[in-house]
Write a protein that binds this ligand. Structure first.
Ligand code: VG1
Ligand code: CO
Length: 582
C-alpha cells in the first residue's frame, strides 16, 4: 500500500469566492490560478468542521467539463490530508448532479460504507472549455445543496484562510478503471473507490417509474422520441436508460457523448441553445421532415430539462404543474398521493392552481434548489419545479432532468394506454391544451440580459425598489405606458422564511403584482461568471378557455412594454433587446 504524508501549505485569501445560486462558478483561467481551488476546498472542509470531515466518505465528480480531471486529483489529495476516510468517484469523474444526490442517499460502497457529502464539479448550463466556465459546489448528507448557513461560512473562511492541507506525494488515482485504491496516511487508511456512474441512478429510476409501460410507448410504431444531451453528462445516462432499458432507437439520441467543452456549444436546454433539437422538433427555422412526437434536452450536469412536443414547446412552469396534476395516476412512486408541491418565486402560478384544485400543500420558495430540500426532508413536498427548466421530486434533493423526461413519458404512456394498438395518439400538445382548459393558462416569458455592466444592473434594481415606496406613482407611470393593463396592487422584494428551520432569506427578487394576477419579477442572476445578468419574468393568467390558445409573446406584449419602460431597461443597460427570451 502506497503511503502519503500531509503537508501544510501557506496561502492567503482570494477575492470573489462567494458561492452563488448553485456553487462557485468562474472562468477556468480563474480556477487554475495557484491556490484558487485549494482555498475554496479547504474553506469548505473548515466550514463542515473537523469532526464531520474526519473519517467521512465523500463523493467527488461532475459533468466532465474541462479542468474536472485535474480538480478531482487535487480534491482527493486534500481530502486525504484532511482525514477523510474514503473518496468515491464516478468512472472518468462523471456523475450528473441528480446522480450525485442519488449516490449520497442510496449507494452502499464495496466495504458497506455510506457517503455523507459531495463536491460536484460543474458550472451546470454555463459553457465549458479552457476559455469558459468551471464550477464547484458542496452537497450535504441529505443529497441536497449546502444551505445558506454553510455557504456563508465557506465564504467567510475564504476571506481569512491562511493554510490548507494536502497529500502532495499521494499518486494520482486512475479514475478510468472501476475499483478501489488504498493508501496509508499518518492517521490510517485512505481509499478511493471508482464506480459505475449510472447504475445507482438507473436502479432508482426503475423503482419510481413503470418501465414496462414506458417501454411499450417508446417501442410503439405510433410514437417517436428524441433526446439531446447537448454533449453534457446526461448522455451517459440517456444511453443506459432510454436505449438499453426502454428500447428507444440509438438514432433518437443527439449529442449524447459527454465532451469537455460540450462540443463548443452552450449546454443550456432552451429554445435558443438546443438548436438541433428545436429544429428536429419542427420549431426551428431550418426544420424539415416530420418531427418526432416527443423531444427533450438536458443541461451540462443533467439536472435541467426542456420538454417539447411535435412543433410545440412546454414551458417549464406548465410542465411541473402538469406533472403534479397527473403524478398519482401515472407514476407508481406517487400512487399514495402527493405530500405537497412547491415552486420557486419567479415560476408561474400554474402549479398554485393545481395545488388549490387538488387541495395540496403549497410552498413558494426563493430561486435555487437548496430551498426545496428542507420541505422534502420534513415530508411536506413531493413535486417541485422552477421556471428555469428545473423539475424534480423528493426521490432526491436536486432537480432531475432525466426524471422529468421519464415523468412526461409516464404521463404519455398512461394517457395512451388504450391507443397504442388503435386510436389516435394523445400528444404532448393535447395534454397541455387539456390542462389549460381545466386550470386556465399562465402566459409566461423570461427575458435575460446577460453580461450587463454590474453597476448599471444594481442601479436598475435599486430604482425598481425605490419606485415601490409609492404604488400611486407606479400606477401613474404604468397607465402612462399602457392603459390596457391592470392596476399594480403590491410591490415588494421577496423574502422567505423557511417553515422548517425558520431561517430567513432576503432580497430574493423584486415583485410587482397586478390586480388580475399578472406579475412582473426582476432578479439578478447568481450563476453568471462575468458582469451581471438581469432576469425579467413576465406572467399573466387567463382563465377563459376560449382565450388560452393565443401566441404567448403576443398575449404578453402589453406587460412586456410596461416592464421595459418601468424599469428603464434600455436607459440603464444600453440594451435594446434581451440576450435570450424563453
Ligand atoms: C439559475 C436559475 C435557477 C437555478 C439555478 C441553478 O439561477 O434561474 O432557477 O436554480 O440557475 O441551476 P440564477 O441565479 O442564474 O437565476 V443549474 O442547472 O445552473 O445548477
Ligand atoms: Co444544471
Amino acid at each position: 500500500m502506497a503511503r502519503f504524508n500531509v503537508t501544510k501549505k501557506l496561502t492567503s485569501p482570494i477575492d470573489g469566492q462567494k458561492p452563488g445560486t448553485s456553487g462557485l462558478r468562474k472562468k477556468v483561467k480563474v480556477f487554475i490560478q495557484p491556490n484558487y481551488l485549494e482555498n475554496f476546498v479547504q474553506s469548505t472542509f473548515n466550514a463542515l468542521t473537523t469532526e464531520k470531515v474526519r473519517g467521512a466518505t465523500l463523493v467527488v465528480s461532475g459533468d466532465g467539463r474541462y479542468y474536472s480531471k485535474d480538480a478531482i486529483q487535487i480534491i482527493i489529495k486534500m481530502a486525504a490530508a484532511n482525514g477523510v476516510r474514503r473518496i468515491w468517484v464516478g468512472q472518468n469523474g462523471l456523475l450528473s448532479t441528480p446522480a450525485v444526490s442519488a449516490v449520497i442517499r442510496e449507494r452502499v460502497g464495496v466495504d458497506g460504507s455510506r457517503a455523507s457529502g459531495a463536491f460536484i464539479l460543474t458550472a451546470s448550463h454555463n459553457p465549458g472549455g479552457p476559455h469558459e466556465d468551471f464550477g464547484i459546489k458542496y452537497n450535504m448528507e441529505n443529497g441536497g445543496p449546502a444551505p445558506e448557513g454553510i455557504t456563508d461560512k465557506i465564504y467567510e473562511n475564504t476571506k481569512t484562510i491562511k493554510e490548507y492541507l494536502i497529500a502532495e506525494d499521494l499518486p494520482n488515482v486512475d479514475i478510468s478503471a472501476i475499483g478501489v485504491s488504498s493508501f496509508g496516511g499518518p492517521e490510517g487508511q485512505f481509499d478511493v473507490e471508482v464506480f459505475d456512474s449510472a447504475s445507482d441512478y438507473v436502479k432508482l429510476m426503475k423503482s419510481i417509474f413503470d418501465f414496462e409501460s414506458i417501454r411499450k410507448l417508446l417501442t410503439s410504431p405510433k410514437f417517436s422520441f428524441c433526446y439531446d444531451a447537448l454533449h453534457g453528462v446526461a448522455g451517459a445516462y440517456a444511453k443506459r436508460i432510454f436505449v438499453e432499458e426502454l428500447g428507444a432507437q440509438e438514432s433518437s439520441l443527439l449529442n449524447c457523448v459527454p465532451k469537455e467543452d460540450f462540443g463548443g456549444g452552450h449546454p443550456d436546454p432552451n429554445l435558443t441553445y438546443a438548436k438541433e433539437l428545436v429544429d428536429r422538433m419542427g420549431l426551428g427555422k431550418s426544420s424539415s421532415g416530420e418531427p418526432p412526437e416527443f423531444g427533450a434536452a438536458a443541461d451540462g450536469d443533467a439536472d435541467r430539462n426542456m420538454v417539447l412536443g411535435k412543433r410545440f414547446f412546454v414551458t417549464p412552469s406548465d410542465s411541473v404543474a402538469i406533472i403534479a396534476a397527473n403524478a398519482v395516476e401515472a407514476i407508481p412512486y406517487f400512487s399514495a398521493g402527493l405530500k405537497g408541491v412547491a415552486r420557486s418565486m419567479p415560476t408561474s402560478a400554474a402549479l398554485d392552481v393545481v395545488a388549490k384544485n387538488l387541495k395540496l400543500k403549497f410552498f413558494e420558495v426563493p430561486t435555487g434548489w437548496k430551498f426545496f430540500g428542507n420541505l422534502m426532508d420534513a415530508g411536506m413536498c413531493s413535486v417541485c419545479g422552477e421556471e428555469s427548466f428545473g423539475t424534480g421530486s423528493d426521490h432526491i434533493r436536486e432537480k432531475d432532468g432525466i426524471w422529468a423526461v421519464l415523468a412526461w413519458l409516464s404521463i404519455l404512456a398512461y394517457k395512451n394506454k388504450g391507443n397504442l394498438d388503435g386510436g389516435k395518439l394523445v400528444s404532448v400538445e393535447d395534454i397541455v391544451r387539456q390542462h389549460w382548459a381545466t386550470y386556465g393558462r399562465h402566459y409566461y416569458t423570461r427575458y435575460d440580459y446577460e453580461n450587463v455592466d454590474a453597476g448599471a444592473a444594481k442601479e436598475l434594481m435599486a430604482n425598481l425598489v425605490k419606485l415601490q415606496s409609492s404604488l400611486d406613482e407606479v400606477n401613474g407611470i404604468v397607465k402612462g405606458i399602457r392603459s390596457d393593463v391592470a392596476k399594480v396592487v403590491h410591490g415588494d422584494e421577496f423574502e422567505y422564511k423557511d417553515p422548517v428551520d425558520g431561517s430567513i432569506s432576503k432580497h430574493q427578487g423584486i415583485r410587482y403584482l397586478f390586480e388580475d394576477g399578472s406579475r412582473l419579477v426582476f432578479r439578478l442572476s447568481g450563476t453568471g461568471s462575468e458582469g451581471a445578468t438581469i432576469r425579467l419574468y413576465i406572467e399573466q393568467y387567463e382563465k377563459d378557455p376560449s382565450k388560452t390558445g393565443r401566441d404567448s409573446q403576443e398575449a404578453l406584449a402589453p406587460l412586456v412594454e410596461v416592464a421595459l419602460k418601468l424599469s428603464k431597461m434600455q436607459e440603464f443597460t444600453g440594451r435594446s433587446a434581451p440576450t435570450v427570451i424563453t
